[in-house]
Design a protein around this ligand. Sequence first.
Ligand code: SF4
Ligand code: SF4
Length: 469
Amino acid sequence: MTNRLLIEIARPFVRAFSKRCEKDNRYVIEAALHKYVDKNEKLCFSCNLKSKILNPFISRTASSMGISDKNLEWALKNKYIRDAVACAVEGVGDFGFLEPAVCLYLMVWNFTKLCNFKCPHCYENAGAAHPNELSIDEKYMVVDQFVEARGRHIAISGGEPTIHPDFKDVVKYIKSKNLLVSVASNGSRFCDERFTKEIAPYLTFVQLSLDSPFAEKHDEFRNFPGSFEMVRKAARNLNEYGVNVAYAYFVSKSSLPDIPGMIELAKIDGVDLVLYDYKCVGRARDMVSEDPTPKEREKLYDYLCSFVKGKQKKEKPMVYVIHPRYGVKTIEHDVPQFQASHFTPYEIPEGFGKAKMIGSFIGGCGAGTKKIDLEPDGTLIVCVNMPIPLGNVRETTIKEVWKSSPTLWKLRDRNNLKGTCRECEYVKSCGGCRAEAFGYTGDYLESDPSCILVNPSGNYKNLEKTLFE
Ligand code: SF4
Ligand code: SF4
């Protein structure tokens, strides 16, 4: 019997198990995966029984994907990965075996437009708060809607979310639902030790923006003297209270040469590094000449792959790139830190399954398949880098939009893509950054012009007409 047929037969059972257990305050499949690797895990009678039924499916599916018992155990001991796997299994129950799989894992929430900085590359054009931002009760409603849609991870961004008066209460509420919470911040509140101590137990991961390994350059870019040292202090505070930290670095033509320096600084400070490549959105549209050419990006990805290959496994920093083309390069270079999507925060050990096959399941660009994003006024959007509106949580629900939005369904079927991306052998495991295509051409299904296979001459100029219309 083929795996696909087996999956079709198993779907009704998966759906029956795709529930949240209020007694254990967690999802049944995630609880079963936990029990699979930790026999001492305490579960209610019903979850215990269900975990016994699911055990044979877990080992059979893993071995059919080439995942050894040792690696399976390593992966499932990690709540991040367990939640992602459970979410993917539930997605198969809901939508069938699709490549890429459709399952709502992440919501990036632009919590507020309020910001104490005014950075030139801000995708949200932040500064003053939006006049119609969600009230605190509406924010709690958003979290409830996300739970109802079986989402797992909320990444709070902004503006600067930590300076908003609702921030702490909402973070605590999200955590009370046993969801993962991460935050993208400029660091201005986390450099206050009391604030960090109070909120750290609720946070899984914090990303701190740092635009240069040199203090003067960062402070000038941020137009905020002392902000470089402020970010490093924030990283120290968060590290001290056990929160995973990464520096988020904006990749532009001017900042490319300082990437080795950033890697070095991240290593010294004991944090990871997330490279946000230029996206043509928000205030960054005014600095389009700063977009690295596809050739420059390719050179960067090759450099990163050789760095990752040469480093010790547990050594900091882990490096992530917010572009699915980098995932393709990690497959081609056969590096142990295979990046199946830019939401994969942990190192995949060597020999972990068949990278390309897992990549096709996870799908590279998560727009429409793994994530939905939210604006401060409750508008659901495809991606923070591609703010196409899908409905408002005041009038509809996240679950409803996730199930029925025509835009999301167009993005889910990679046969709808155009040009080189559609024909590419990596269309399922990459799919191009849809925000790059949308930013330059106005068509989210077009080929991604920042990829060397699509745009070998590196000429964005012929696209600028659309851009500036
Ligand atoms: S052509 Fe498109 S799908 Fe292929 S690697 Fe480039 S961006 Fe990804
Ligand atoms: S559109 Fe780009 S930034 Fe958004 S999820 Fe896809 S790859 Fe990431």
